[in-house]
Design a protein around this ligand. Structure first.
Ligand code: GAP
Length: 445
């Protein structure tokens, strides 16, 4: 399969495909939308869910040394004092003296406003935490924050998780969930938004072993994206310069992907040292050290953190899968997703809507849906339906035709090769499994 010669596309084309096919809509669109906030539609929700499931499977279910949690978005306000976010989670902001638009200082070149050409006032630090109030009284004492990262829940639950799961160091705690940041300049579709989902894992290890674990998790992360189909030449690992390290990190590297507008970060893998556990021990008064019963030693573990964005990853999978074949009216748009990332794996399409075909087509659909994520579509011409499935990246279409009534066999059409094979309904499930296995191998980046 010609995975490495995909045409790629512009961001505008992706945004319009995403809307047309039910991947992503603007939030509150009927009210004119809310800037930089997005909703996933019936197809997009399956894509993003598959991205999260693939990560959870690799990170938690297939490993003995990582367990999961699902913590609340709202946490005690002291968490953000201890973590340093209340004091230091800010971006430098500049405001134009003429049009009063605001920009992140590090994202504008020179000192001229890109909107109107005016000059900027002095830069000031702008805190990215989003605030709300708990309870009926809007007063300072009731202020809580929407978490800007999921990670802190793993630190404050370190002891609960360690003792209940009986894990010994080294081990990790993983979580997938929403985070919020009052970004100064959100943009590029779902790449930078104010509400987003993260997939983070905090790996607790013995001090002195942290550099090796940092190398390990950087490789793991890069390989994860390749395993699920992102092309190797569109991925790179960029080590942070000292002046761009987050306040908690001794060393960080980003996995970057070449989006239609250029390179952008998908994930940061940081060596957070013992910064967070120590900070929470001090602030809460709770000892968060660990007793190593083999070495008979007590220490505060170091933490290596792979922190990935679910929305950015889903956007990268969407952009990477995009391909066009042929020209003009004959042009076929096809999303060549890895079968585990594709929103639907199989579409069942009766050749016509005639009543004679429907019961058999429904029977085939019922046979497959316990095993695969399926769609049933009997609207419009078969050509249009194939085109629609190509545009949402469904790897296999199963067509039920009038011969099926005689031979109890159906046709499977392969999204990538467009080859069609005739298979008996009895052998359909295993034939689909075999084809998907082959497509998984072909899709590796
Ligand atoms: N706990 C560490 C942490 O949060 P980060 O690099 O700030 O590190 C991790 O965020 C990942 O979360 C990023 O690589 C990105 O994929 C995603 N992310 C961060 N801010 C985002 C935003 N405003 N919109 C969408 N995704 C974002």
């Amino acid at each position: 399969m010609a995975k490495r010669t995909l045409t790629g596309t512009s961001l505008d084309t992706l945004v319009s495909l995403a809307k047309r096919r039910g991947f992503i809509f603007q939030s509150s669109e009927i009210y004119g939308g809310l800037s930089s906030v997005w909703d996933y539609g019936p197809v997009g929700v399956e894509l993003k869910r598959n991205v999260k499931d693939a990560w959870w499977k690799s990170m938690v279910r297939e490993r003995d040394d990582v367990v999961g949690i699902d913590a609340s978005i709202l946490m005690h306000p002291d968490v953000w004092v201890a973590s340093g976010h209340l004091a230091g989670f800010s971006d430098p902001l500049v405001e134009c003296n003429d049009c009063h638009r605001r920009f992140r200082e590090d994202q504008v070149e020179g000192d001229v406003c890109p909107n109107c050409g005016g000059g900027f006032g002095p830069a000031r630090q702008f805190n990215l935490l989003l605030k709300t109030f708990l309870g009926p009284v809007e007063e300072d004492a009731a202020t809580v924050y929407l978490r800007p990262e999921t990670a802190q829940a793993m630190f404050v639950n370190f002891e609960n998780v360690q003792t209940t799961s009986r894990k010994k160091i080294p081990f990790g705690i993983a979580q997938i969930g929403k985070s919020f940041r009052n970004e100064i300049t959100p943009g590029n579709f779902t790449f930078r938004t104010r509400e987003f989902e993260q997939m983070e894992m905090e790996f607790f290890c013995e001090p002195g072993t942290d550099d090796d674990w940092h190398d390990y998790w950087m490789n793991f992360s890069l390989n994860w994206f390749k395993k699920y189909g992102l092309r190797g030449e569109k991925l790179l690992l960029r080590v942070h310069e000292a002046d761009e390290l987050p306040h908690y990190s001794k060393a960080s590297a980003d996995v970057e992907y070449e989006f239609p507008w250029g390179w952008g970060e998908l994930e940061t893998i940081s060596n957070r040292t013992d910064f967070d556990l120590k900070a929470h021990s001090e602030k809460s008064g709770k000892d968060l050290s660990y007793f190593d019963d083999q070495k008979k030693e007590r220490y505060v573990p170091f933490v290596v953190e792979p922190a990935m964005g679910a929305d950015r990853s889903a956007l990268a999978f969407l952009a990477d899968a995009y391909d066009e074949e042929g020209e003009g009216k004959e042009m076929r748009v096809v999303l060549r997703f890895h079968p585990d990332i594709a929103p639907f794996q199989v579409a069942v399409l009766p050749l016509s809507k005639k009543e004679t075909l429907s019961p058999t087509a429904q029977r085939v659909h019922e046979l497959l849906r316990p095993y695969f994520n399926t769609q049933y579509d009997d609207t419009q011409s078969i050509g249009r339906r194939y085109r629609r499935q190509d545009e949402i990246g469904t790897p296999l279409c199963v067509t039920v035709d009038f011969d099926t009534l005689d031979d109890d066999a159906v046709t499977i059409r392969n999204r990538d090769t467009m080859e069609q094979v005739r298979v008996s309904i009895e052998n359909l499930e295993s034939a689909i499994r075999d084809l998907l296995t082959q497509m998984r191998t072909d899709a590796k980046g």
